[in-house]
Design a protein around this ligand. Structure first.
Ligand code: GLN
Length: 534
C-alpha cells in the first residue's frame, strides 16, 4: 500500500481538495487503483450538524454519511464511490478512543494523544486503504499546518511514513503564492514559512503545489525549490484556471504524475486522459448558453451548493450548453426586491435546492409558482420538491394554509410531514433518512425516460416527506408522483402540461459525474435550452 498525504499552508480554502482529487485522476489515468480520505480536524463527529456557511455543502455518501464537500470532488474527479469511513474527524477518533478506554481496552495505561490517538488515526487510514482494495491511498489533512486541532494528525502521518517506509509514503504540500500587484511579483515567503512549519513537525514535503493567480516564472520555482528542499520538477504550478477539471491536465503537463510514480516506485503505464480531455473540451466549447436561477438561502457562498453547480457543468457538457448559474436569494424574492425578481424573470430555468429552516421558504414558494404558471423549466430538490407540493396544494387545490409541519406545525393541510420513523428522534447527529435507496419511476413518466431505466439508487437527506393522507387529493388535483420508494413513499413529482416541472425528494446532484451526468439535470438544462435530451 502506498500513501500520498496532502497538507496545506498559508491559507485554507485554496483548493487542497481539487489538488488531491486531481492527483487521484493522474493515477487513475495510469490504471492505478486509488482511493482518498479527508481528515477534518474539527471536533464535530461529522459535517451533518454544521451550517453550510461553516464549510460549504454537506456531501452525502452512498452509505448515508454526512461528509465534507471534498469527498464530492474525489468522487467526481476519481470516479470512485466512497463511504463515510473516508472522512475522518477529531470527533470520530476521540469517540473511538474514549469508547475503548471505557471498555477497558487500555486497562492500566494512561490514555494519551501519543500514542493512543495517533495509533487510532493510523489504524483508521490503514483499514480504509485495505478495505477499499486500492493501491494508493490519498490522505488530505484539512486546515493549514500549524493549526492546534490538526497536530495529532500531522504527528500520525509522520509516524505513518516512519512505519511504512519513505518509499511508500509521500507528502505533497499545497501553498498559496500571492501576487503583489504593487511590486508586480509573486511572493514565495509565505510558502517558505509554511514549509518551515511543516518541517518543524518532522515532515519534509516531496512536492509543493503552488496555488497562485498567475503562472509561476522560473525564478519563483527556483527559489521555492531552494528554500523548501524540494526538486524543481516537484514544484508544481497550480495557477487559477477557468475550469477546475483542467487541473489534472495542468499537473500532467508538468510531469507531476510521472514524478509521483517515480517517487513511490509505482510501475504504471502511460497516462490516458483522452476521455477527460474530451470532457474538458466539451465544457470549454459549449456554445448555447442558458441561464438557470438557483433560488436558495446560502447564495452568498456558492460552495454551499457545489454539487449542484458541478451537476450543471456535467449536464451542460453532455448537451453542448454552457450553464450560467445565477444565485438568487430567496429572502430577497420574498421581500419583493426588483433585482432578485429580475434574475428569476430572465432565467431560462429555475432550480430550488434543499434546505432547512423557515427563513426564505416563502420566496422559494413564489419562485416555484412563477415557474409553474409561466412554463419555465423547473427542478426542485428535497426542500424544493416539498415546497413544490406546498405550492401546488395552496395555489391549485386552494388549500391556502398548506405547508410542511417543519415550518407550520398547526396547519390544517400538512401536505409535508415528519416521517413516521422520525417521531421520537430527538438527537440531531446522523438521524435523518440518509443515503442511497432505490427509487422506482413510473412507466411513461418523463423521469423514467430521462433515467432510461425503471429503478435508480439515489441519495437522501431529510426528515419530512409527502404526507400520504393527502395523496389521493393531490393526485386527483393533477400532481403526478412519478417516483416512489419500494414501500410506496413519494420520491419524485412531475407535471404533465408543463415543459419541465420536476421535483425529487432525493438529491440527484450527489451522483452526477463528468462521465455520467444526472438525469434530472439533463432534463432541466435541455428544457431550458429548448433541446431534446439526447
Ligand atoms: N428540511 C427538509 C427535511 O428535513 C428538507 C431537507 C433537505 O432539503 N435536504 O425533510
Amino acid at each position: 500500500m502506498k500513501y500520498i498525504v496532502v497538507t496545506g499552508g498559508v491559507v485554507s480554502g485554496i483548493g487542497k481538495g481539487i489538488t488531491t482529487a486531481s492527483i487521484g485522476r493522474l493515477l487513475r489515468a495510469r490504471g492505478v487503483e486509488v482511493t482518498a480520505i479527508k481528515i477534518d480536524p474539527y471536533i464535530n463527529v461529522d459535517a451533518g450538524t454544521m451550517n453550510p456557511f461553516q464549510h460549504g455543502e454537506v456531501f452525502v455518501t452512498e452509505d448515508g454519511a454526512e461528509t465534507d464537500l471534498d469527498l464530492g470532488h474525489y468522487e467526481r474527479f476519481m470516479d470512485v464511490t466512497l463511504s463515510g469511513a473516508h472522512n475522518i474527524t477529531t470527533g470520530k477518533i476521540y469517540s473511538r478512543v474514549i469508547e475503548k478506554e471505557r471498555r477497558g481496552d487500555y486497562l492500566g495505561e494512561t490514555v494519551q494523544v501519543i500514542p493512543h490517538v495517533t495509533d487510532e488515526i493510523k489504524e483508521w487510514i490503514r483499514t480504509v486503504g485495505r478495505t477499499s482494495g486500492a493501491d494508493v491511498v490519498l490522505v488530505e489533512i484539512g486546515g493549514t499546518v500549524g493549526d492546534i486541532e490538526g497536530m495529532p494528525f500531522y504527528e500520525a502521518v509522520r509516524q505513518l511514513q516512519l512505519e511504512e517506509g519513505r518509499e511508500n509514503v509521500m507528502f505533497v504540500h499545497t501553498t498559496y503564492v500571492p501576487y503583489l500587484r504593487a511590486a508586480q511579483e509573486l511572493k514565495t515567503k509565505p510558502t517558505q514559512h509554511s514549509v518551515k512549519e511543516l518541517r518543524s513537525l518532522g515532515i519534509q514535503p516531496d512536492a509543493i503545489v503552488c496555488r497562485s493567480e498567475k503562472p509561476l516564472d522560473p525564478g519563483v520555482v527556483r527559489k521555492i525549490s531552494l528554500y523548501t528542499n524540494v526538486p524543481k520538477r516537484a514544484v508544481v504550478d497550480a495557477h487559477d484556471v477557468e475550469i477546475v477539471y483542467e487541473v489534472p491536465l495542468l499537473f500532467e503537463e508538468q510531469g507531476f504524475g510521472d514524478y509521483i510514480c517515480e517517487r513511490l516506485g509505482i510501475d504504471a503505464g502511460e497516462p490516458d486522459h483522452s476521455e477527460w480531455e474530451e470532457f474538458v473540451e466539451a465544457v470549454r466549447e459549449a456554445e448555447d448558453e442558458v441561464t438557470i436561477a438557483v433560488v436558495g438561502k446560502y447564495v452568498d457562498l456558492p460552495d454551499a451548493y457545489i454539487s449542484i453547480r458541478e451537476a450543471f457543468t456535467h449536464a451542460g457538457a453532455a448537451l453542448g450548453v454552457r450553464v450560467d448559474v445565477r444565485w438568487v436569494d430567496s429572502e430577497a424574492l420574498e421581500a419583493g426586491e426588483d433585482s432578485a425578481w429580475e434574475e428569476v424573470r430572465e432565467a431560462d430555468g429555475i432550480l430550488v435546492p434543499g434546505g432547512f429552516g423557515k427563513r426564505g421558504t416563502e420566496g422559494k414558494v413564489m419562485a416555484i409558482r412563477y415557474a409553474r404558471e409561466n412554463d419555465v423549466p423547473f427542478l426542485g430538490i428535497c426542500l424544493g420538491f416539498q415546497l413544490a407540493v406546498v405550492e401546488y396544494a395552496r395555489n391549485v387545490l386552494g388549500w391556502e394554509d398548506a405547508h410542511s409541519t417543519e415550518f407550520d406545525p398547526e396547519t390544517k393541510h400538512p401536505v409535508i410531514d415528519l416521517l413516521p420513523e422520525q417521531r421520537g428522534v430527538d438527537r440531531k447527529g446522523g438521524t435523518m433518512r440518509l443515503g442511497a435507496e432505490p427509487v422506482l419511476f413510473e412507466e411513461g413518466s418523463l423521469l423514467r425516460e430521462l433515467y432510461g431505466r425503471e429503478v435508480a439508487l439515489e441519495r437522501h437527506r431529510h426528515r419530512y416527506e409527502v404526507n400520504p393522507e393527502f395523496l389521493p387529493e393531490l393526485e386527483e388535483g393533477g400532481l403526478r408522483f412519478s417516483g416512489r420508494s419500494p414501500d410506496g413513499r413519494m420520491e419524485a413529482l412531475e407535471l404533465d402540461d408543463h415543459p419541465y416541472f420536476v421535483g425529487t425528494q432525493f438529491h440527484p446532484e450527489f451522483k452526477s459525474r463528468p462521465n455520467d451526468p444526472s438525469p434530472p439535470f439533463i432534463g432541466l438544462v435541455s428544457a431550458a435550452a429548448g433541446k431534446r435530451p439526447s
